[in-house]
Every structure is written in structure tokens, then in C-alpha cells.
Design a protein around this ligand. Structure first.
Ligand code: AMP
Ligand code: ZN
Length: 462
């Protein structure tokens, strides 16, 4: 069967469109907005990154090469989207008694570690906003030359009235009408239009910022949206294939990225915009400020493998909200373990071919990355195929699922866990069941399950 036509839902046109890379021989240029590194990420953030990773894997599975660029926002993201309030990084520094640079380094590292646990493929380029100040200044200069900027007492702003088609992706000017009314209570009186946004903000006259740079307009720091336009164009060219983020980025961040890039170059910035829906708790978006903030470490502490969460994410299409619940996560854990145990058995056999099952799986991926459908086709294949076929099929499918289904089993525990396990065995031998119970729970919380047999106790991971 010929490869199915890949179709993706483009937020720009709000339709499913056939996708092929702009340069047929080159790689697909993929830019994904990364985290603001002032705090731990919650599992809601990771839903978006699991979606983007599946997209990248799906494109590669369908035979395309991908060049993936992701940024890390380590300066300039203010507490209010209206370019007011404090820099989240400087705020994090004050909260923890560290420098803004230390905060950025620490939370970038936690993000990288979590990403490895979720088996997110590392981007080809992971770029920091603070590492690209000259590129951002150059972009503001270009915009200045085009006459679409103006200065106020606190910075250089983009004049959105001078960019025809501003806000197209968010539904056009009508979408911003509410904002126009809100303009009366706007803090920054000097802004010409409520939708105007900062390209460069000046450091306050009365306080020294930790992160600031000289520029042609004065000492300060770049506006949050600027970094993504500047770095995406640096690494992927002035027009590239796919740009992703969460749906919350449509009305402001991505709208402003488009305005900056297209006003500067006069060319379309991005061909396809893809947005992931939220992870919700009791129908409300999981957010750093809200009560239901759950980290990957919280899942691990309850005995979940991060890959259980990855599997859980495949439970809803990326354009639908996904409700978080511990019960649903447990169901994902059971299913993933079952799949994994099957694969450990299959690995002992030769891998056979399963073209029809693979076609069905490929079809689901090509249909706007239908991961729930792809997963269903995996279980169908397990019911229908002989063992060798299952082996060959699952090896291929796991290139997209990324569940490490065939990873070799660890046969040794790290020292700290081995010590806990030894204490468990000793307390069981001594019939101190209170201790052995609490050690069993502690080990489960660290991803080690104990199995007791008449011959003694053994353990398994995950
Ligand atoms: P931030 O660090 O706030 O810029 O967020 C990083 C990414 O996580 C962005 O792409 C957001 O759209 C996404 N995000 C934030 N909250 C959620 C959520 N509850 N569910 C899914 N994605 C989210
Ligand atoms: Zn961005």
C-alpha cells in the first residue's frame, strides 16, 4: 500500500490540510515553544511536549527528516501578558535566594531530566533566549527600519495597527474587541493600541536587574515574544514548515510572533501551526497558579513510571482536552505494563513482518496524529497477529509510541535502592511486618515493585 497522505490541522486556516515539507528533499523545520524556566514544570506542560514529541516521531516514522528547534525562555517573560509586572526569572530568584542565572540553569536541568524520563527526543537545537540577544536586537532594528515600532518611557513597542492581518490566527480583529474596551483600564497609557506589545523593555531607573543588556535604545531586556521569532528564523529560515505550542499561545504569543517575523521579512513565517489542547483537572486548565499543580516527581512518588504518563497522554487526541485523574493514570499504568511484559516475551522470538497491521497504524498517524486510534490499532494487532508478527510490528510502532517497550531489563538496582531492598528482606525474615510494609511502599514510590515467593523476595522495575 502506498504511504498514506499526511494531513494536519492547521490553526492558521482552521482546516485539515495535506502536509508535505516546503523543500521536498530537505528536513521538515519544526519549532516548538519551550518552557519558561523559573519553576518546575507541571504534567500539563508535559502533555504539550509529549504531543510535540509524538508529532516529530510520527513525521520521522512516515519517512520525513525533521530538524527540531526548541527554545528555553530564561528572560523577559513577565507575570502579565500585557507586558507589565515582574520578570518571572527575577521573581524566582527572589523567592529562592539565588541569582536569576542560577534559577534558569537549575530549572532547565530539571526540564531536561524530566524530558529524558518521558523519552522525549532531544531537539536538534535547544536554544536559550539569553544566548541570542544580538539576534533579537537585530530583529528589532529591522522592524524599526520598516516603521512599525515606537518608543515609550518603558520600552520599544510593536505597533499592531501597522501590520495588516494582525491576529488572523486568533480570529481576526473581532477577537480583540474585548481587549479594546479593556484599554480604558490599561496600565500603560502610552501604548497606542491595546494589542501592541513590547519588543524591548528598559531596565527600571531605580532598580538594577540581574539580566540586562545594552541596546541601541537603552539598557534593558527583550520582550518575551521576540526570542521565538528571532531564534526560529535563525535556525529554520524565514519561512519554515511547522510551529507548535499549547492552545493558550494562539491569541497572544504566536499572534505576536507572526506579526514580528512577517513585518520584518514580508514573507509568510510558518506554513502550519499546530496547537495542543490542555490537560485539565475538574475541567480547569492545570496551571502553576492553580491548586492542582502536579509534577512528574509527584507521579513517581506514587509509584508511577513517567512512561505511564506518556501512555496516559495518548488517551485523547491532541486537539481535545484531557482530564487528569489518578484512576485514569492507573489504567494507563496497567495497560503499559501489560504491553511491556508482552514485549519482553516477544523479544525472545524472531521478529516477523506485519504489513497490514503497520498500514493500519500508519494510517492513524497520518490522520492528524491520531494517537488514541494508533494505540487502539496496537491492541487490535496483538489480538490478530501471530507472535513473530507482533514482535516486528511493536518494534516499529514503538518508534512513534516511544514507550521503550523493548528496553533491556535492568538487572541491578542502584545502591540506595538495593540497601532498601536488603532491609525489606531482613525485616520480612524477622517477621517485622510493620517495617517491611513501609519499606515495600517506599520502594514502590521509587518505581520498584516487590514480589514475594516461597523462595524469597524479588523485585521488578516500573
Ligand atoms: P509555559 O512555561 O507557561 O510557557 O508553558 C509551556 C508549555 O506548556 C506551553 O506550550 C503551554 O501552552 C503548555 N501548557 C501550559 N499549561 C498547560 C496545560 N494545562 N495543558 C497542556 N499544556 C499546557
Ligand atoms: Zn514561543
Amino acid at each position: 500500500m502506498p504511504a498514506p497522505q499526511l494531513r494536519l490541522f492547521n490553526s492558521l486556516t482552521r482546516t485539515l490540510e495535506p502536509f508535505a515539507p516546503a523543500s521536498p528533499d530537505g528536513a521538515v523545520g519544526l519549532y516548538t515553544c519551550g518552557p519558561t524556566v523559573y519553576n518546575y514544570l507541571h504534567v500539563g506542560n508535559y502533555r504539550t511536549y509529549v504531543f510535540e514529541d509524538s508529532l516529530r516521531r510520527g513525521l520521522e516514522f512516515l519517512g520525513l527528516n525533521v530538524r527540531h528547534v526548541m527554545n528555553v525562555t530564561d528572560v523577559g517573560h513577565l507575570t502579565s501578558d500585557a507586558d507589565e509586572g515582574q520578570d518571572k526569572l527575577e521573581l524566582g530568584a527572589a523567592r529562592e535566594g539565588k541569582t536569576a542565572w542560577e534559577i534558569a540553569a537549575f530549572y532547565t536541568q530539571t526540564f531536561v531530566e524530566d524530558s529524558q524520563k518521558l523519552n522525549l527526543l532531544p531537539p536538534d537545537v535547544l536554544c536559550r533566549a539569553t544566548g541570542h540577544i544580538p539576534e533579537q536586537i537585530a530583529l528589532v532594528r529591522r522592524l524599526e527600519e520598516k516603521g512599525v515600532t515606537y518608543r515609550t518611557a518603558d520600552g520599544v513597542y510593536f505597533d499592531t495597527a501597522k501590520f495588516p492581518g494582525y491576529g488572523r490566527m486568533a480570529g481576526g480583529r473581532a477577537h480583540f474587541e474585548g481587549l479594546q474596551e479593556g484599554a480604558r483600564v490599561q496600565v500603560n497609557e502610552e501604548k497606542r493600541n491595546p494589542t501592541d506589545f513590547a519588543l524591548w523593555k528598559f531596565s527600571p531607573a531605580d532598580a538594577k536587574r540581574q539580566m540586562e543588556w545594552d541596546s541601541p535604545w537603552g539598557r534593558g531586556f527583550p520582550g518575551w515574544h521576540l526570542e521565538c521569532s528571532a531564534m526560529a528564523m535563525k535556525y529554520l529560515g524565514e519561512t519554515f514548515d511547522i510551529h507548535c505550542g499549547g492552545v493558550d499561545h494562539i491569541p497572544i504569543h504566536h499572534t505576536n510572533e507572526i506579526a514580528q517575523a512577517e513585518a520584518a521579512t514580508g514573507k509568510p513565517f510558518v506554513r502550519f501551526w499546530l496547537h495542543g489542547e490542555f490537560l485539565v483537572v475538574n475541567k480547569a486548565k492545570m496551571a502553576k497558579s492553580a491548586g492542582g499543580f502536579i509534577r512528574l516527581a509527584d507521579l513517581e512518588a506514587k509509584g508511577f513510571d513517567p512512561l505511564d504518563y506518556r501512555y496516559f497522554c495518548f488517551g485523547a487526541h491532541y486537539r481535545r482536552q484531557l482530564e487528569f485523574s489518578w484512576e485514569a493514570l492507573e489504567a494507563a499504568q496497567t495497560a503499559r505494563r501489560k504491553l511491556r511484559e508482552r514485549c519482553l516475551e516477544l523479544a525472545k522470538l524472531p521478529a516477523g513482518e506485519a504489513p497490514a497491521a503497520l498500514d493500519a497504524f500508519r494510517e492513524r498517524i497520518a490522520d492528524d496524529l491520531d494517537m488514541p486510534g494508533a494505540l487502539a490499532s496496537v491492541w487490535d494487532a496483538l489480538r490478530a497477529l501471530p507472535l513473530e508478527g507482533q514482535h516486528g510490528f511493536l518494534k516499529e510502532a514503538d518508534r512513534v509510541l516511544g514507550l521503550r517497550l523493548f528496553a533491556p531489563v535492568d538487572d541491578r538496582l542502584p545502591e540506595e535502592l538495593q540497601a532498601l531492598f536488603d532491609r525489606y528482606c531482613a525485616s520480612r525474615k524477622a517477621k517485622d511486618f510493620a517495617s517491611s510494609d513501609s519499606l515495600r511502599k517506599e520502594l514502590a514510590g521509587k518505581g520498584v515493585r516487590i514480589k514475594d515467593t516461597r523462595e524469597g523476595s524479588t523485585w521488578v522495575r516500573g
